[in-house]
Design a protein around this ligand. Structure first.
Ligand code: NPG
Length: 377
């Protein structure tokens, strides 16, 4: 039976926002910079029937997209949260519509929608996985490996993750750190499931170079060009044998439909934060499935909140490629949930508890909080 994706309205008494600083176990380097602390906003939706949790996956600086922590914080407290509190009650499925007049700020909106959804499902005693229509009780775990000091260090890092059992490796690339890095991983480990992520670091003028990646039989190349380079991505895709996957460009179901129509992508990375929430993420899943495009669940270095939600999303039937769904220990020594996500035989478990299926470790949450504000009715 198809899932009924509808939940009971909740009466919000207020929303608590916190900025957390979570130390990473090792620095994470992409084409746009290096992070050694994850800055993230955690949202607590307070209702008479209990709390719900969400996470705003912005970073400290607007380098991946235009959103960043303190921009999101301002939009949340000034515009988005007052709009939700203006309603006597609200259902999670109404959050997107209520916030739609405010342009952009999708990661902030996603954090709010998730917190309302978690509160509603906990009150109803339903799991997020059941609500979404998840069809698996565990999902294969891929890992994203940042740019290392040199190809030898990359081989060492990848070897460690393969030993842990990860089912697929993604390496970050950028100009000057592409062919040799990819060759080193292929030479060391043979035909492991391998893909590369450029985070928009190239232009169409690099097409000849990117075509040289074809010889590595990669699962895909992710977001080689800029966010708004849809037509250029289509031109590039026509030149490559490696499937082109879009991440940053796909900010909505409409953007996904356009990219598919223009043949700019043959695979899509779905991140709830990037598209404004899990409901929009499911809409993208549904349309890609109808169009025959494989999708996979991206990651934004989530805490245990987003990690639990992502595992449920990735259990939908169209997620046919392993996602960036790693164990919490890939990034964090200490998470903010009582049972952090673990790797088991290359998979992570889809939570079955009420709501998102995780419990907050309040002591850890407090320990990592650097800023806090409650906006009440
Ligand atoms: O497993 O959570 C994870 C990280 C996956 O590489 C990853 N995320 O471009 O997809 C990305 C990248 C990212 C992380 C982008 C943080 C922006 C912020």
């Amino acid at each position: 039976m198809p899932p009924v994706r509808s939940s009971a309205p909740v009466r919000l008494s207020g929303l608590e926002l916190r900025v957390l600083h979570l130390p990473l176990v090792s620095p994470f380097t992409t084409s746009f910079g290096t992070e050694d602390v994850r800055e993230v906003i955690v949202v607590r939706a307070r209702t008479a029937d209990g709390d719900g949790w969400g996470e705003v996956v912005t970073q400290h600086a607007p380098l991946y997209s235009s959103e960043y922590t303190h921009g999101a914080w301002d939009a949340l407290r000034r515009w988005l949260i007052p709009a939700l509190l203006d309603r006597p009650t609200i259902a999670a499925e109404e959050v997107g519509g209520v916030l739609a007049p405010f342009v952009g700020h999708r990661m902030a909106k996603a954090g709010l929608e998730t917190a309302v959804l978690d509160a509603a499902l906990r009150a109803e005693g339903r799991s997020f996985a059941a609500y979404l229509g998840a069809e698996r009780d565990r999902v294969p775990a891929g890992v994203s490996v940042g740019i290392q000091r040199d190809p030898a260090a990359l081989v060492q890092a990848v070897g460690g993750y393969l030993d842990e059992g990860y089912a697929r490796i993604k390496i970050k690339i950028k100009p000057g750190r592409d062919l040799a890095d990819t060759a080193a991983v292929r030479d060391a480990f043979g035909m492991i499931p391998l893909q590369v992520d450029a985070n928009s670091a190239y232009t169409l003028a690099d097409a000849d170079l990117l075509a040289e990646l074809d010889r590595f039989d990669l699962l895909l190349i992710e977001q080689p060009l800029q966010e708004d380079d849809i037509v250029d991505h289509a031109a590039l895709a026509a030149r490559l044998r490696t499937p082109v996957c879009l991440d940053e460009s796909i900010v909505s179901a409409k953007a996904a439909a356009d990219a598919i129509a223009l043949r700019a992508a043959s695979v899509i990375n779905i991140k709830a934060g990037r598209v404004g929430g899990y409901l929009e993420a499911v809409a993208i899943h549904d349309l890609c499935r109808a169009a025959g495009l494989p999708v996979w669940c991206g990651g934004m270095l989530e805490t245990g909140i987003g990690r639990a939600a992502n595992a449920a999303l990735a259990a939908l039937p169209g997620f046919t490629l392993p996602g960036d769904i790693s164990a919490s220990s890939r990034f964090y020594e200490r998470d903010i949930v009582t049972e952090p996500v673990v790797l088991d035989d290359g998979h992570v478990r889809v939570p079955t508890g009420h709501g998102l299926g995780m419990e907050i470790d309040e002591a850890a949450l407090d320990a990592f909080t650097v800023q806090r504000e409650t906006i009440a009715r």
